[in-house]
Design a protein around this ligand. Structure first.
Ligand SMILES: Cc1ncc(COP(=O)(O)O)c(C=O)c1O
Length: 382
């Protein structure tokens, strides 16, 4: 059996896979099992911050593996401590909890909000329609899309979904006296690369402050340089009480983090939460490498590359509109996005979709040469 047949025989059929088995890669270029090459505009869904097999990142991770592999959270370990310090110093947050994924990072945020509201009897967590927060039962409940609420109920209660941009609704919900936290993505990724309005996000932050509600941002997809700022909320001149991140944090290794600001830094106490693998030295070493390379210069390049893609595609036949920030872009197209993605694949370009859009999330250090090659393929198939 080839890879595809073995996969289809033995792996639970939860993914709509593209018809290709990738075998190796370097940077933003992959090779499949038949030797065909692909430019990567997806980064493993915003994970491979510096592409695949980035030499500096591989060296950092390998050095840690050769020094010490997994240790449990019963002991202190330097990479985890160093990473937490870097995250806090770069964001003004006070404490970090490490997990293994975006869903786990959000699970932690939800627990913090519930415990924060406990003393005042407030347990409602507000999220936005079209959001996506993960696949665990609680993060599915937090996800504001009906289709994710099929089949797996009963879900935990206490979630309320509001319409992004509707300030009256936001105000009435956050002043209701029932809410302990609000969780939002500043650019909704899976929901269609929808950029939230600045005044809306700022109003949410102010109302949270005035009503003792935790202002929580899901930076799982928008984080770690993806939008041209270190974290997406930094475009909005707001400071979250809690934010979560994962995906690109460790540059290709599974890691999630929940960062907690002053207002909630004391909420979780010993025994309240935990994770076997969370923050393990190997993933932490990968993340330390990634974070140390997300310099202002790199972030400026992310913005420039995003603008370059926009300029190339805006007004191109078949393009109805472009949304997003930095290297997180959604293209509304005349042709069905699934057809475009399939045609790009057969021409050697990996792109993603989100709702009805073609979604681009290339590695942050993709070369202009690779960008040009990829855009030429995309343009041909739009
Ligand atoms: C904004 C957001 N939150 C949470 C998640 C869930 O992350 P994970 O798949 O790592 O659990 C995702 C994944 O796409 C996401 O985009």
């Amino acid at each position: 059996m080839n890879t595809k047949q073995t996969d289809l025989t033995y792996i639970v059929n939860t993914y709509g896979r593209f018809d290709v088995a990738l075998q190796k890669g370097s940077g933003a270029t992959y090779t499949d099992e038949d030797g065909k090459q692909y430019i990567d505009f997806g980064s493993g869904i915003a994970v491979n911050t510096f592409g695949t097999c980035d030499a500096e990142w591989v060296a950092a991770v390998t050095a840690q593996m050769n020094q010490m592999g997994h240790v449990s959270n019963l002991y202190y370990s330097a990479p985890q401590a160093k990473l937490a310090q870097m995250l806090c110093e770069k964001t003004g947050m006070k404490k970090v909890f490490f997990g293994n994924s975006g869903a786990e990072a959000n699970e932690c945020a939800l627990k913090i909000a519930r415990k924060y509201g406990e003393a005042t009897g407030r347990s409602t967590i507000v999220t936005l329609k079209s959001s996506f927060h993960g696949r665990t039962i609680a993060t599915l409940a937090a996800t504001g899309q009906d289709k994710f609420h099929e089949h797996f109920g009963p879900f935990p209660r206490g979630f309320r979904y509001i319409t992004p941009g509707n300030k009256e609704e936001l105000t009435s919900v956050l002043t209701s006296g029932q809410v302990c936290g609000i969780l939002m993505e500043v650019v909704q990724g899976e929901g269609g690369v929808n950029v939230l309005d600045k005044t809306y996000v700022q109003l949410a932050a102010r109302l949270c402050q005035e009503n003792d509600v935790l202002f929580m941002i899901d930076e799982v997809q928008t984080g770690n340089g993806r939008t041209g700022k270190l974290y997406g909320y930094m475009h909005y001149d707001v400071q979250p009480d809690v934010f979560t991140t994962a995906k690109g944090l460790a540059g290709g290794l599974p890691m999630g983090a929940c960062l907690i600001g002053e207002k909630a830094e004391q909420v979780l106490a010993k025994g309240d939460h935990g994770s076997t693998f969370g923050g393990n030295p190997i993933c932490a070493a990968g993340a330390v490498n990634v974070l140390s390379r997300l310099t202002d210069d790199l972030l400026t390049q992310v913005t420039a590359k995003g603008e370059y893609i926009r300029k190339e595609l805006e007004g191109h036949p078949g393009v109805k509109g472009i949304t997003g920030l930095g290297l997180m872009l959604g293209i509304t197209t005349e042709k069905p996005n699934g057809q475009i993605a399939a045609e790009c694949l057969s021409d050697g370009l990996l792109v993603l979709t989100a709702k009805d859009k073609v979604r681009l999330l290339p590695p942050l250090n993709i070369s202009f040469d690779e960008l040009k090659q990829g855009i030429a393929i995309l343009k041909k198939n739009l």
